[in-house]
Design a protein around this ligand. Sequence first.
Ligand code: FPP
Ligand code: MG
Length: 332
Amino acid sequence: MSTVKSSNPAGSALPSLARALTRVEDEIKALATSSSLPVVNSASGRITGAGGKRLRSVLILSGSLAVSGTITDRAVTAAACVELLHAGSLVHDDLMDDAEERRGVRTVDADWGPGPAVLVGDFLLARASQAALERISPFAAGRLARVVTDLVEGQVLEVMDLYDPHRSPESALRSVRLKTGALFEVGGVLAAHCADADEATAAGLARFGALFGLMFQILDDLLDLVSTAQRLGKPVGHDLRQGVYTFPLLRALTDDQRDLLARRGRELTDAEVAGLLAELRQTGLVADTLAHCTALAARAVRALPDLPDSEALATLRALPDAYLDWAASQTG
Ligand code: FPP
Ligand code: MG
């Protein structure tokens, strides 16, 4: 089995990471377009080829590198499988959200319709499981299958609370831990698994992933309220229109705004959405959410396992704050 070793004696992680990310991209493309049906390849290749931040891949590759000093083929495949599973869930999510755009390209649902969107999402999930079983291990395939059920449950909890302005922030967090935190957590588990790490190391990487994922989704929810369509690559205020009342929103709503949502949530006009978003931007919404996420980032870093100092470990330590800084720059 070939490995991607650190490219220089000083052990700089970044060239190995960059090379491994390119290999992940190649593997994602190969798996996403491996159907015998060109139409499936067109649809699944579009969402997976439209980029994305690849944060889950960075977590898996850096985690593996920090543990063992190498990035194995298995770690590259694990990153590709997690990205495929994520992409499959987004194809389903876009269908449920009635979203037209994702990552700056038209969604599968928008161009091919709901039936193909269900099937293409299923195709991506199935390919991820198959690759994990054939190229990593039964353990990895089992963890990926299990995380699909977490994502489904997180999404079910979200759907059950749609248009409920009295949804508690804790209820929103429970959904987020499952629909997003769980996949980042599995990223940590697989990073450790592909580097043959011990149990304590695996637990630390998993916890880091769970907390980082939670922070990531809370920031995603914040940006939906306070960013711009141009920056997001999707319309702003979409969650509000769809009745998804998220953790940052629920903590910021005044009684009057809650009343407005209770009365008119399903029929909000564009002007009402714009008005609500403008009001929210005048409150402590951004500062409060960023403070909450700063604390989550610190907890994530504290959860990291005790590993020898390396650039890969430094990359992991820097990741939550770097993402937080980026998200903060996208607000307003
Ligand atoms: C995006 O979040 C969506 C998710 C993180 C998970 C979606 C999960 C499902 C659709 C359940 C089915 C999943 C599988 C694996 C079959 P978001 O909607 O908050 O973010 P967005 O603004 O990017 O849409
Ligand atoms: Mg969505």
